[in-house]
Design a protein around this ligand. Structure first.
Ligand code: FAD
Ligand code: FO1
Length: 494
């Protein structure tokens, strides 16, 4: 077990194993510790922040948080960037209360982070973990640039069981990873230590004033094609409210229907609604799991199902993206799936649609159109519909590569929780059978699991869902018209 205030050693790894630098001499303590916050954008329950504070206190050094705002990261629009920035405004205040300065940089992290490290004479850089290839490339480049001067740590603050602890290889399915996660869960699913003000003040040059109003207005203007959502308030406090708020909390008010109603697109409130917060790291999955586990006796089935999705399914997605370099392409499918899809690539398609027709929900399938419109206007398609939605794209395009490219493009452009390992795996599961088994062979799908309209009709009120989305679109268009009249973005407390 880790000492109080420290992080479990299995959760931290040194990315640039350098010979231990000379201990700080009494006259000149170690240089500052910088936490480059990327995936886990929160002050509470954040193992990367806890590690950075521990490192700083341990080496009598000051600490700062650095955030790099990329330009339109992975094709993000106003919807995602507005949600993220509004949360960062609140985060900066919370860090300020902790005596930790928040530096916001713009541009490429491979330039801005090393530059900051050099300017402040940092001795250590703490990063949080993401399996995405661009992040890994940036970290490798940063390690190159800082050389032996700065120790670069990576902390898996996103998963309950760190990816490299759960498994050292690409797992085949939830079945194979579940036992590995459960074996070490008691060691990792533990309460967080309280964080308090670091021992030392920052004492160096303060961050430049951030004009949040201008920054938000800029991303809303630039990414206006996909406007913000209004139903999900950004930030750590709102995330905790969504999890366990007295009025609307998932665990406090909605858990009982989770295992029975979570696959009913007409009951979206049966879902936790946590994916936007989990994706941006505004809430810790470990916090969600710790709180859900307390309700195991009163809601055994719902808690078990929720923990399966939150821990096993989500961490299986990180495992896939970490160990499969082609996590977002047809090459990342297993051989059996590639073979069966190629065997049927030339099968006659009943319909063929272009990306534009699909994006505009212009197909002959009213149910599919409704799911596409729910994603475009609501920003979060119901989980059950996401499977049907992606599988139909396979059925109505020239082949699996095109289907995957279109599904990922639309998913990342419109979903508030897009650009996430769970999204890449969601599309790969639906179109290429990743983490699924083979099924009875049929045209176009081969042995990939098939879903159809009739199957949905048996499961839920399809007409009701179509009507539900229709009214959602009307409300969304009305709001857009109102916003067009008052262009100034609402800025929460700054
Ligand atoms: P809940 O059912 O309340 O789940 C709680 C949490 O468990 C989710 O927030 C998520 O972190 C995790 N989870 C649930 N289901 C899955 C799953 N199947 N795989 C991995 N993790 C899961 N999830 C995203 O976060 N971003 C995406 O872009 C995304 N795209 C998807 C695309 C397709 C084609 C499919 C089939 C699934 C996709 N998913 C994605 C997974 C899942 O649909 C969403 O995580 C879920 O609908 C989010 O809503 P919720 O938090 O209310 O769900
Ligand atoms: N993280 C950052 O550090 N800087 C960004 O500019 C940034 C933009 C961004 C846009 C959309 C989105 O979905 C996530 C974004 N993130 C950003 C967060 C981070 O990239 C995600 O947590 C990872 O994509 C998930 O691994």
């Amino acid at each position: 077990m880790a000492a109080a205030g420290a992080v479990h050693p299995g959760r931290v790894r040194l990315l640039n194993p350098i010979k231990t630098p000379p201990p700080p001499s009494p006259g000149s303590p170690a240089g500052p510790v910088v936490y480059w916050m990327f995936r886990d954008q929160r002050s509470r329950d954040n193992w990367a922040l806890i590690h950075a504070i521990h490192l700083a206190n341990h080496s009598s050094a000051p600490i700062a948080v650095a955030f790099n705002l990329f330009h339109r990261f992975l094709n993000a629009h106003a919807r995602q960037l507005g949600f993220m920035l509004r949360s960062l405004i609140l985060l900066r205040l919370r860090l300020h209360e902790l005596g930790i300065p928040f530096f916001l940089f713009r541009g490429d992290a491979v330039d801005t982070i090393p530059k900051f490290l050099c300017e402040c004479g940092a001795s250590a850089l703490v990063t949080d973990f993401s399996p995405l290839r661009s992040v890994r490339e940036w970290k490798a480049e940063i390690c190159e640039r800082v050389g032996e001067r700065v120790r670069v740590y990576e902390v898996d603050a996103h998963n309950v069981v760190p990816v490299w602890v759960a498994s050292n290889k690409l797992e085949y399915s939830a079945k194979t990873i579940r036992a590995k996660i459960q074996r070490v869960l008691p060691e990792y699913l533990v309460e967080f230590p309280e964080i308090s003000k670091p021992d030392l003040e920052w004492g160096l040059e303060d961050p430049k004033e951030i004009d949040w109003e201008e920054l938000v207005a800029e991303v809303l203007r630039e990414g206006g094609e996909v406007p913000e959502i209004e139903w999900c308030e950004p930030g750590e406090d709102a995330a905790m409210e969504a999890l366990m708020g007295a009025k609307e909390g998932f665990l406090t008010r909605r858990l009982k229907n989770y295992s029975t109603d979570r696959n009913n697109p007409l009951k979206p409130r049966a879902l936790s609604g946590l994916s936007p917060y989990l994706h941006f790291g505004q809430i810790s999955a470990q916090r969600c799991a710790l709180e859900a586990r307390k309700l195991k006796n009163s809601h055994p089935q719902a808690v078990e199902t929720f923990l399966e999705e939150l821990i096993v399914r989500r961490e299986l997605a990180d495992n896939f993206c970490y160990y499969q370099p082609h996590y977002d392409s047809f090459l990342g499918a297993w051989d059996w799936a590639r073979r069966t899809l190629m065997d049927h690539a030339a099968d006659k398609r009943e319909h063929l649609y272009t990306r534009d027709e699909l994006e505009k929900a212009k197909t002959a399938d009213l149910l599919w159109n409704a799911s596409q419109l729910e994603m475009v206007h609501h920003g979060k398609m119901h989980g059950f519909m996401r499977m049907y939605w992606a599988k139909k794209i396979l059925e109505w395009t020239s082949g699996p590569e095109e289907a995957l490219a279109i599904a990922l493009y639309l998913n990342d452009k419109y979903e508030i929780d897009g650009r996430d390992p769970s999204g890449y795996v969601g599309c790969m599961w639906s179109i290429c059978g990743v983490h699924d088994q083979g099924w009875k062979e049929r045209a176009v799908f081969g042995k990939i699991r098939y879903m159809n309209y009739a199957g949905c009709k048996r499961k839920f009120d399809v007409d009701g869902y179509i009507a539900h989305v229709k009214s959602l679109v009307v409300r969304s268009n009305k709001r857009k018209a109102e916003n067009a009249k008052s262009p100034m973005p609402k800025i929460s407390r700054t």
